[in-house]
Write a protein that binds this ligand. Structure first.
Ligand SMILES: C[S@@+](CC[C@H](N)C(=O)[O-])C[C@H]1O[C@@H](n2cnc3c(N)ncnc32)[C@H](O)[C@@H]1O
Length: 337
């Protein structure tokens, strides 16, 4: 479904979607056709080409060749249907991707309001290596938007993320919300490997010892870069002792409620985490998810009630910063563990 390009302007709408390698039907093609119909010069197309295929971020961290090829073919179709002058740059760009070789890894990049960006190396398949963790899901984008609008929830605090996948939400928080420490976690080895690569790709160093997290801050000043860790943490296997090393003040997770079994595992790990807080102060917990099946959502709330965990649905935030289509409702629940 094509999104309304009302704001931002057309080239920027193409830029945001292309950098994040969103599905081609979501691009504002119809608005482009309208604009091209009434113009004889190729400036708009050149501008779009520079903001997409030739964007410095794409040149450094390219999306899949197949995707770039399909995008350029579509752009050329629109160009050829319009009365404007032939644009050599479009054909040159296509010739370049046609002669290149596809790699099993591709990149997606997301522009942040600070002018900075998050780039991720991802798998070209939605489910690969038997996990859903090798691509970024829409709830991860939604949770990052909420965090950017509410940086105070993270500033100068230790954050633990459960089921981080390839790391988008955490990287956006690390770049925009100044946490003191950020612990990415996942159970899947392949996901962790990809995650660690993405953390380094985005300019953060990885600490390996959880003890560095427990050292008290010598200053109350916000440090420019958080201490970052990426740990293997399986909610079914982790012990309370292992969790006690982290002492998070905030716990977050995006799109981790996709079947009934996982719900019980997640609630179990939250209970363990709450049980080992040194100062008896419960961490703040934010869980974001797409409601694909209302029964799973009901079950989650029912299981929370059974173990005495309260929840509150956060109001939708105002600004849509990242490109995703809201086919299903996405919510964030704040839990009182
Ligand atoms: C749908 S992906 C979401 C990834 C990321 N949060 C996002 O929204 O893009 C679910 C993630 O939860 C992780 N996961 C599933 N079960 C888990 C468990 N028992 N312990 C730890 N992580 C788990 C998976 O490995 C996967 O990375």
């Amino acid at each position: 479904m094509e999104e309304s390009p009302a704001a931002p302007a057309l080239p920027e709408a193409f830029e945001r979607r292309f950098l994040a390698a969103r599905p081609l039907p979501s691009f504002p093609w119809r608005s482009l056709e309208e604009k091209l119909k009434n113009s004889l010069d190729s400036e708009l197309l050149l501008n779009i080409l520079q903001k997409t295929v030739l964007h410095p971020l794409c040149v450094k961290h390219p999306p899949s060749l197949k995707y770039t090829r399909s995008f350029l073919s579509e752009l050329i179709k629109k160009h050829e249907a319009a009365p404007s002058e032939p644009l050599d740059e479009l054909y040159e760009a296509l010739a370049e991707v046609l002669s290149a070789e596809e790699s099993p890894q591709c990149h997606r990049s997301y522009l942040l309001p600070s002018g900075n960006s998050v780039s991720l190396s991802e798998s070209t398949a939605i489910i690969s290596q038997g996990t859903t963790g090798l691509v970024t899901w829409d709830a991860a984008l939604y949770l990052a938007e909420w965090a950017i609008e509410n940086p105070g929830a993270f500033t100068n605090r230790t954050v633990l993320e459960l089921g981080s996948g390839v790391g988008f939400t955490g990287l956006a928080i690390c770049k925009m919300c100044s946490p003191k420490a950020y612990i990415f976690s996942d159970c899947h080895s392949q996901v962790l490997q990809q995650l660690r690569g993405n953390i380094l790709l985005n300019g953060f160093l990885l600490k390996t010892e959880a003890t560095t997290l427990l050292q008290p801050s010598v200053s109350t000043q916000i440090s420019p870069k958080p201490t970052v860790m990426a740990v293997q943490l399986d909610w079914d296997l982790v012990t309370t002792d292992q969790l006690c090393d982290f002492q998070p003040e905030v716990i977050i997770a995006a799109d981790v409620l996709y079947d009934p079994e996982i719900i019980l595992s997640l609630i179990g790990v939250l209970q363990k985490l709450s049980a080992c807080q040194a100062d008896q102060k419960s961490p703040e917990v934010y869980i974001a998810f797409t409601i694909r099946d209302p029964d799973t959502y009901q079950l989650f709330k029912m299981e929370l009630s059974k173990v005495g965990i309260g929840w509150q649905k956060l109001p939708s935030h105002n600004k849509k910063l990242f490109p995703y289509e809201k086919h299903s409702e996405i919510v964030i629940l704040r839990l009182k563990v």
